[in-house]
Ligand binder design. Structure first.
Ligand code: NDP
Length: 280
C-alpha cells in the first residue's frame, strides 16, 4: 500500500480497538480495487470522543466506523441521522461532509440482513414474526432493521424486561422476559441472539429453541467462537443457521461505500482473512 498526498482516509474508533476486524476487511478491499485510500484504527480515551470527532469535521477524514463504547455519543453529536441510526439509538458510521456537517448511520442491522441473505437465501424478513434475544446496541440495530424491512411482528426478549420494553415501545415491537422465551418463539421465522452470552469464555445462553418452528432460521451475532453453543443447539435441532461473522462483513460493505464512494470489489475472500485473524 502506498500513501500519497491524495490518500482518502477513513477508520474505526473505539476503545479497546486493537481486536477490530474492520481494518483487515477495508484495507483488503482497498488493495483489491487499487484505490488511493487507507483505513486505520483510532483508540480514543473515554471523555475525549466528542472532541476527537469534532476535530475531524470538514472532510479531514472521509468517515469513521464507531464501536464500543462510543456508538451512543456518535449518534448524539451528528447533525443528521438516518432512520436506522435513530431506531437503533446508536451510530456505527459517521460520514464527514465537506461543509463541516456529520451524517450518522447504523449499518449493523443491514449487516444482519445481509448475513441472512447470504447464509439463508430466500429468507424474507417480512414473512412472519422474528425474535431478538438481548436488549443492547446490537438488539436495537437488529430490531430497527427488521421493522424497516417490513416485519410487522418483532419480539424482543431480554433478561431485564424493562430494557426490552424500552426498545420495543417506539418501534411497535413486543417485549418478553427471558423466562417467557418459549412463548416468543411460537411461530417465529427467525431468532437472533444479540446477547453477549456465548462469547469466548462466557456461559452459553439457555434458550428453548425447540419451541421454534422447524423452518425457523437461527442467528448468533457473536462470532468468536464462530459456531457458538447457541448455533450448535440450533443445528442439533435441524434448524438453518447464520453466523455473526457474516454480519460483521455485511455491516462493513455499506460503510466502505459511504467512505470510498464505491461498493467493495467482488471476489475478495474477506471471510477467510477474518477467520485467519480471529485464529479460527
Ligand atoms: P450489550 O452489552 O449492549 O448488550 C448485551 C445484552 O446481553 C443485554 O441485553 C444483556 O441483558 C444480555 N446478556 C448478557 N449476558 C447474558 C446472559 N448470560 N443471559 C442472558 N442475557 C444476557 O451488547 P451489544 O448489544 O453491543 O452486543 C451483543 C453481542 O452482539 C456482543 O457479543 C457483540 O459482540 C455482538 N455484536 C456483533 C456484531 C456483528 O457484527 N457480528 C455487531 C454488534 C454486536 P441485560 O439487559 O439483562 O443485562
Amino acid at each position: 500500500m502506498s500513501i500519497s498526498g491524495a490518500t482518502r482516509v477513513a477508520g474505526v474508533v473505539g476503545r479497546p480497538i486493537s481486536h477490530s476486524m474492520s481494518p483487515i476487511l477495508h484495507n483488503a478491499w482497498l488493495a483489491a480495487v487499487g484505490l488511493d485510500g487507507v483505513y486505520v484504527p483510532f483508540s480514543v480515551q473515554p471523555g475525549r470522543f466528542v472532541a476527537f470527532v469534532n476535530s475531524l469535521r470538514g472532510g479531514t477524514v472521509a468517515g469513521l466506523n464507531v464501536t464500543l463504547p462510543f456508538k451512543g455519543e456518535a449518534l448524539a453529536l451528528a447533525d443528521e441521522t438516518t432512520f436506522r441510526a435513530r431506531g437503533a439509538q446508536a451510530a456505527n458510521v459517521l460520514v464527514f461532509r465537506d461543509d463541516g456537517t456529520i451524517l450518522a448511520d447504523n449499518t449493523d442491522g443491514l449487516g444482519m440482513l445481509g448475513a441472512f441473505a447470504e447464509q439463508a437465501p430466500g429468507f424474507d424478513p417480512a414473512a412472519g414474526p422474528v425474535v431478538i434475544l438481548g436488549a443492547g446496541g446490537g438488539s436495537r440495530g437488529a430490531a430497527a432493521a427488521f421493522v424497516e424491512a417490513g416485519c410487522g411482528d418483532v419480539r424482543i426478549v431480554n433478561r431485564t424486561l424493562l430494557k426490552a420494553q424500552e426498545i420495543a415501545e417506539p418501534l411497535g415491537a413486543t417485549a418478553f422476559a427471558l423466562s417467557d422465551a418459549a412463548k416468543a418463539f411460537e411461530g417465529a421465522i427467525a431468532v437472533v441472539n444479540a446477547t453477549s452470552a456465548g462469547l469466548s469464555g462466557s456461559p452459553a445462553l439457555e434458550a428453548p429453541l425447540e419451541a421454534t418452528p422447524q423452518g425457523a432460521v437461527i442467528m448468533d451475532m457473536v462470532y468468536k467462537p464462530l459456531k457458538t453453543p447457541f448455533l450448535a443447539q440450533a443445528e442439533g435441532l435441524g434448524r438453518q443457521t447464520v453466523d455473526g461473522l457474516a454480519m460483521l462483513i455485511g455491516q462493513a460493505v455499506p460503510s466502505f461505500e459511504a467512505f470510498y464512494g464505491q461498493a467493495p470489489p467482488a471476489g475478495v475472500d474477506v471471510r477467510t482473512l477474518a477467520l485467519k485473524a480471529l485464529g479460527l
